[in-house]
Design a protein around this ligand. Structure first.
Ligand code: CTP
Length: 418
């Protein structure tokens, strides 16, 4: 997660009564770290688990518990807080709280605030303040038909339900009903605010280095961290796509909601991609694929001797070129990491591999780091993007690809034999 992904956003964090309330303290901190202003509203039950003092210290703002709180000039915290907010997130949302929401009850500050929040489409409402809930409860409570009915109704009412997850529960049972972890909730909130430019689209991405075996313990590889490919997978998923990430060995967690296929060598990656490429709308090749592999991997460790050692290398298949040449090829995006002559080499690769789009960067600008400077090359020319965190660049690359793909498909459809 890049710092500032929620900057300028204001979020009301509602905390109802449940043991998962202790995780909401960390969530408050994470939301603040991502740049959001956080107003915490505790129900009476929530305040029994974690005191307002904790949330006040972590959010740096007043904490609200009482519908009759006189600190607002017109005594209307239930109206003012949601008018100023970009979203209300209730985490944890107890079974009782969800039932109250379904019924439209308003017997404390949080339920009243949820009911009174502005909704677009209502005459006079200038803005929309969406509601997200993160249920947390014992698995019997979650699976009870009453709760399941309530959840269905909330979804029909346009409320986003985040989780819950399955796992160990505070009551000692194991099952569905655990609140999502604070980091997962943060990811869901960041995703919620992204425009759904790739809704219903399928995206296949390669990322990371490959490892080419010399013998059972030695490989030829490169310094790719995988961060740019992972950031793209995350951005595509947050833009609404169904994302598959074919990844070489890296030290990164799969982004939330992304299906990861772990591979080691270029040949494995090639096989994994070709097996999954049909029916994809986009193929984004970010992997730093080794161009060569040892012609014959040794079955046993190569033993040292004082004589010079040479290893014969065989070329690996070019995965991107192979995908771009398919008759039903998806919109292909290539990456060109160069150490010099960026324009010439990147645009050269775009033409040679017949790609609608290439993202170029100078290795000294990006390799292994969190920021990068890139230039996008497409049929309309070159577009330089300002230096930025890889997460932000990833969103811009996704937006650019989404914008180009429509016209590209039309042109392709018009080609004879296409
Ligand atoms: N690529 C690939 N399969 C390969 C080599 C490269 O899919 N075997 C993809 C990369 O993921 C990247 C693009 O092709 O999107 C450019 O890769 P790069 O290695 O920079 O280009 P090459 O064509 O291999 O040229 P060179 O190594 O000579 O710069």
């Amino acid at each position: 997660m890049a710092a500032g992904e929620l900057s300028g956003r204001r979020i009301v964090l509602g905390v109802s009564g449940g043991i998962a309330a202790y995780k909401s303290a960390e969530l408050t901190r994470l939301l603040g770290k991502a740049g959001a202003g956080v107003d915490v509203v505790l129900t009476e039950g929530g305040a029994r688990f974690v005191t307002p003092v904790t949330f006040q210290a972590l959010s740096g703002n007043y904490v609200w518990t009482d519908l009759w709180d006189p600190r607002r000039p017109a005594n209307m915290a239930h109206i003012d807080l949601s008018r100023a907010a970009d979203a209300v997130l209730v985490a944890p949302a107890s079974a009782d709280f969800l039932a109250k929401l379904v019924q439209g009850m308003a017997d404390d500050l949080l339920t009243t605030l949820c009911l009174a929040r502005p909704r677009a489409g209502i005459e006079g409402a200038e803005r929309d303040c969406p509601l997200l809930v993160a249920p947390a409860m014992n698995r019997q409570m979650w699976e009870n038909p009453a709760t399941q009915r309530n959840i269905e109704q909330l979804r029909r009412d346009g409320i986003s339900v985040l989780g819950p997850a399955a796992g160990d529960q505070a009551c000692g049972e194991i099952g569905m009903g655990r609140m999502l972890e604070p980091e997962e909730l943060l990811e869901e909130v960041v995703a919620f605010f992204q425009p759904k430019l790739l809704a219903g689209r399928r995206v296949l991405i390669t990322a990371g280095p490959t490892q080419e075996a010399l013998d059972p313990v030695r490989v030829i590889t490169n310094l790719s961290s995988g961060r740019m490919g992972y950031a793209l997978a995350r951005a595509a998923q947050q833009a609404g796509a169904d994302v598959t990430l074919v990844s070489g060995p890296v030290d990164l967690a799969a982004p939330r909601g992304v299906a990861r296929v772990a591979v080691r060598s270029a040949l494995d990656m090639h096989g994994a991609v070709m097996q999954r490429v049909h029916g994809q709308d986009f193929f984004i090749a970010v992997a730093a694929v080794a161009d060569y592999r040892p012609a014959a991997a040794q079955g046993h460790k190569i033993k040292k001797s004082s004589a010079p050692l040479s290893v014969a290398l065989a070329p690996n298949p070019d995965i991107l070129a192979a995908v771009a040449a398919l008759p039903d090829a998806p919109f292909c995006v290539g990456f060109a990491a160069e150490s010099r002559n960026l324009d010439e080499y990147a645009e050269g690769k775009r033409r040679a591999k017949r790609l609608p789009m290439v993202v170029g960067n100078l290795v000294q600008d990006g390799l292994g780091g969190t920021d990068n400077s890139i230039v996008i090359y497409d049929e309309a020319g070159r577009h330089a993007l300002e230096r930025a965190p890889k997460e932000e660049l990833a969103r811009k690359i996704i937006a650019h690809a989404a914008a180009c793909a429509g016209a590209w498909r039309e042109r392709r459809g018009a080609l004879p034999g296409a």
